[in-house]
Write a protein that binds this ligand. Structure first.
Ligand SMILES: [Zn+2]
Length: 187
C-alpha cells in the first residue's frame, strides 16, 4: 500500500473481459455511463475494458426477465452468477473467463457489490440503477473483483477509485498492477 504514483501505465497492454447483462428489475434503460467511465480511466493506465455485448444499453436481447431480488447470501449470489453465465452463453459470448456484471437490484446496500461466487474463478459484480456522480461504481467493483480493498488514506481530492467517498478519480500503481493480474484479464 506504499505507492501513490497515479501516472503508472502497465508496461504491456492488458484486456479485461466483462460480460454484461441486465435484470428486468433494473429500472433505467442504460448503464448510466459507468462502462465508458471505467474504460476511460483504465485506458490511461494501458488497460483495455472489453465488454460483451458491444451494445451496452438495456435491450430485449441482453435482459433477463426476472423478479428475483437477491438476498446477501452465497446461495443467492450463486444463482445470479449462473443466470448471468447462461444468458451470456445464449447471447454468444466467447470470452473464456469473463467477469459477470449484472445491472439489477439487490437487497444488500451499496451502489455496486462484488460478492464472492462459490466455486467460481471470478467474483460476481452487481450494479444498482442509482449511483455515485463520479461514474466510478463499476471500476470500483472491478477493483474488488481484482481483490483490492478500500484505500482511505487521504480525504483530499483527487481520491483514488477504491475510496468510499465520492468523487474519486485516480488509480495508484499497486491498484493498476492488481487489476492487470485479475482472473478476467487477458494479455
Ligand atoms: Zn467497495
Amino acid at each position: 500500500m506504499s505507492d501513490t504514483n497515479t501516472g503508472y501505465r502497465n508496461p504491456k497492454r492488458v484486456r479485461l473481459t466483462v460480460g454484461l447483462v441486465y435484470f428486468s428489475t433494473y429500472f433505467k434503460n442504460d448503464d448510466r455511463g459507468v462502462v465508458a467511465k471505467a474504460r476511460e480511466v483504465l485506458d490511461d493506465h494501458n488497460i483495455e475494458l472489453d465488454v460483451f455485448p458491444t451494445d451496452i444499453k438495456k435491450t430485449a436481447s441482453n435482459t433477463i426477465q426476472t423478479d428475483f431480488v437477491p438476498k446477501d447470501t452465497p446461495e443467492d449470489y450463486a444463482k445470479v452468477y449462473k443466470m448471468a453465465k447462461d444468458k451470456l452463453k445464449q447471447m454468444g459470448c466467447t470470452f473464456v473467463i469473463p467477469l459477470p456484471v449484472v445491472f439489477g437490484t439487490y437487497q444488500c446496500s451499496g451502489y455496486g457489490i462484488a460478492p464472492r461466487a462459490p466455486n467460481q474463478l471470478t467474483r460476481l459484480v452487481m450494479i444498482y440503477p442509482e449511483g455515485n456522480s463520479d461514474g466510478l461504481d463499476l471500476l470500483h467493483e472491478i477493483g474488488h473483483a481484482s481483490e483490492l480493498g478500500h484505500d482511505l488514506r487521504t480525504d483530499d481530492p483527487p481520491r483514488n477509485f477504491m475510496h468510499t467517498t465520492n468523487p474519486r478519480a485516480v488509480m495508484y500503481e499497486y491498484q493498476v498492477k492488481a487489476i492487470a493480474k485479475a482472473p478476467f484479464a487477458v494479455g
